[in-house]
Design a protein around this ligand. Structure first.
Ligand code: NAP
Ligand code: SF4
Length: 675
């Protein structure tokens, strides 16, 4: 008897059956644009082998004007069809099913050719769209339908028509972006004509035995978004026009409410999909921040949906479903919803991967093979770099000994997990512990490895991490000054008024930690919805509360400072930095850049501005927290090198500047894959 009876139940679609209730949601990985079709095929085949019920590809443009950016992948020629056939064949050989997402970006297209119902520029693109005329609209419909027919020719099991997230189809649905007065605008009947025509004609083109998923925006989270009655009316019309499945879309890309970041509670929007259950008779999929089989099972058991969609969890672990089937769910590498290697890469024009799993999208490049000769390997440091090196080396059959001076594994991950909104890091450290327990790695915790301890190994890996940088500020040894480690690891006493020196990842984390009263809205859905102003689309258009965000009062008065004169937090994650900034602003954190640190005394922190050290100012503070970056901890590495021992230095011990777990894990895994 499985632990997950709802999740692992097959779903009969009449003409075909999905082996379970898990959909791998669409992700733009950038692989299709790289045009290495063997690599694309291997990415999907690996997940098909992992037993996911159905996969949806990244968005494929139906035409050039609809691409998310010029050059975005689509199915335009016979060559494209042949290339996609490589992917579908490989997936079918692995007994998987795959649907192609058709994504017309409308005014979100990052190019001068973009088109939309009305000529209204989006706040997240510099390109004003051209308003389509009647012929233009007919062309877009025809191109989408042709795209679906080509997908069928390329061997896909179906298509997903992207009707949510504020893309082209969604832009027709709401008056926020549709100001037309012809038959495509005005009344709701007119505004929903486009998706219905697309669905009707697509079904006509592909016949009855082909999956068509419609991704429907159920809560727009923008002003003048859809009402709940409109959502239901559309869902019914889409069903009648021939859809096989309705998938949930949450929030437009321009919405100022986080929808998938790690600080969003798990399954935070399942209640929205649940409202649609019973209104249509085709299966309904729910989505967003579902990342464990337990959460998925619960969502289905509570009747929120017929199926769940997860996207990023399949980057973190391609065998998510297989491990759930085998009752090994504690071995599923967890997606911590950080976006650091997936969406942040996508938005920087880089191929996606995963912080937790550097093999994601690099399946053909980073291959973990059994070692030709088993070696004795010492790894010093059980932070992310050392852990990934130790586990990968063990997987290859090496004899690994792992040392850490701390009494627990995880290194800096143990600081991250203390921060409200970063609770996923607890599970990440737990996963490492499980994997170590099930490995043959010999673990020595509470052990400061010396150079003498490291003799007799074939390879020595130094992953000793970092030390806090000494900012050399006059008065920093006073009692009212603490470091981020004191705050996040040693629970140091911190006063009511706080000045934080340094506004990197850690300065922001410490600020977030200090403005809360020990609680985290991520742990309490109702509190989180109030904090960000999320309401019910039944009560307010788009699900935006009229009163807006209602955060709790901050626990402390915090000032965050840096010497650079750029905007604070500019170097945080591309897709999450705005959330950290917005969250601290809601807690009235003052952000001051371009300062010189003069001294610290009983009044607080004395700063000045500019090269001439003008405009002296006192930032009144009971406590000053030092978050001035980090330097490599290389003392052991240096000693070993003096003794002419060959070592491999990874993670923060190698390069501390702007270190993150993504780089550390990638470096540790790649090193161990090559030893
Ligand atoms: P950082 O990002 O390099 O930031 C260091 C901060 O200290 C900067 O604001 C810098 O600003 C300031 N600073 C540098 N030298 C200074 C000096 N001599 N005196 C005073 N201030 C100085 O480093 P971090 O904040 O330590 O963050 C890096 C770590 O954060 C990594 O371990 C990473 O894993 C973790 N992390 C990352 C994220 C993320 O979103 N990626 C989030 C949280 C934590 P100025 O030079 O302008 O003063
Ligand atoms: Fe999840 Fe982070 Fe990996 Fe993206 S990079 S898949 S958010 S763990």
């Amino acid at each position: 008897m499985t632990q997950y009876p709802h999740l692992l139940a097959p779903l009969d679609l009449g003409f075909t059956t999905l082996k379970n209730r898990v959909l791998m949601g669409s992700m733009h990985t950038g692989l299709e644009e790289a045009k290495d079709w063997n690599r694309v095929a291997e990415f999907y085949a690996e997940r098909a082998r992992g037993q996911v019920g159905l996969m949806v590809t990244g968005g494929m443009a139906p035409n050039l004007e609809g691409g998310v950016y010029p050059g975005a992948a689509g199915l335009f020629t016979d060559d494209d069809i042949a290339n996609h056939k490589i992917v579908t064949d490989r997936v079918h050989d692995a007994d998987g099913k795959i649907a192609m997402q058709i994504l017309h970006a409308g005014r979100y297209a990052y190019g001068p050719e973009c088109v939309a119902p009305s000529a209204i520029k989006s706040p997240i693109s510099p390109f004003p769209p051209k308003e389509l005329d009647e012929d233009g609209i007919e062309k877009q419909i025809a191109d989408i339908v042709t795209s679906a027919a080509r997908a069928q020719q390329a061997g896909y099991d179906g298509v997903e028509i992207m009707g949510s997230e504020g893309y082209f189809i969604n832009q027709f649905l709401v008056t926020h972006t549709n100001k037309r007065t012809d038959r495509w605008g005005g009344s709701y009947e007119n505004r929903m004509r486009l998706p219905i025509e697309i669905m009707r004609r697509t079904r006509q083109a592909v016949g009855p035995n082909f999956i068509i998923i419609y991704r429907l925006s159920m809560i727009d989270l923008i002003p003048d978004g859809s009402t709940w009655d409109e959502v239901v009316e559309l869902a019914k019309a889409i069903e009648a026009a021939g859809a096989t499945i309705i998938n949930t879309g949450i929030g437009w890309h321009e919405a100022r409410i986080p929808t998938i970041a790690t600080s969003v509670p798990r399954a935070a929007f399942a209640w929205v999909t649940k409202k649609l259950m019973g209104q249509v008779s085709i299966p309904v999929i729910t989505s967003n921040r579902i990342n464990t089989p337990e959460v998925g099972e619960q969502v289905l058991a509570e009747g929120c949906a017929d199926m769940i969609s997860m996207a990023r969890p399949f980057l973190a672990d391609s065998h998510f479903v297989q491990k759930a089937i085998d009752s090994r769910s504690d071995e599923i590498a967890p997606c911590i919803a950080c976006n650091q290697a997936c969406l942040d890469h996508t938005f920087s024009g880089k191929i996606s991967s995963c912080l937790v799993n550097p093999r994601a999208c690099y399946e053909t490049d980073l291959v973990i093979k059994p070692a030709e000769t088993a070696k004795k390997i010492a790894v010093v440091g059980a932070g992310p770099a050392g852990l990934s090196a130790a586990l990968t080396a063990d997987e290859r059959g090496h004899d690994v000994t792992l040392f850490d001076k701390a009494d627990e594994i995880g290194g800096q991950l143990n600081m991250a997990k203390q921060v409200p909104g970063k609770e996923e890091f607890w599970g990440f450290v737990d996963w490492y512990r499980t994997m170590l327990d099930r490995s043959n790695v010999t673990l020595h915790l509470g052990t400061t490895a010396t150079a003498d301890d490291l003799t007799g190994f074939d390879e020595v890996i130094i992953a000793t991490g970092v030390l806090p940088r000494d900012p050399e500020i006059q008065g920093q040894d006073s009692e009212n000054v603490v470091s981020y480690i004191d705050v996040l690891r040693k629970n140091a006493k911190v006063g009511e008024k706080v000045a934080i020196i340094g506004a990197g990842g850690i300065g922001f984390d410490v600020a977030e930690y200090l403005v809360h009263h020990g609680e985290s809205p991520t742990e309490n859905l109702q509190a989180w919805k109030e904090e960000w102003g999320v309401g019910d689309p039944q009560d307010q258009r788009g699900g935006l509360r009229p009163e807006g965000p209602q955060p709790d009062a901050p626990a402390r008065q915090v000032t965050l400072l840096q010497r650079k004169s750029e905007k604070l937090g500019r170097r945080l994650g591309k897709t999450t930095g705005w959330i950290h900034r917005a969250s601290l602003k809601m807690k009235n954190v003052q952000m001051i850049g371009g300062v010189n640190y003069e001294r610290i005394d009983d009044l607080g922190l004395h700063v000045s501005f500019g090269e001439a050290r003008e405009n002296p100012q006192v930032i009144e503070a009971d406590t000053v927290v030092l978050c001035a970056g980090q330097v490599p901890e290389r003392s052991l590495a240096d000693e070993l090198q003096e003794r002419n021992v060959t070592i491999h230095v990874i993670g923060g011990a190698d390069v501390a500047a702007e270190l993150d777990a993504k780089r550390a894990i990638n470096q540790g895994t790649r090193l161990a894959a090559a030893l």
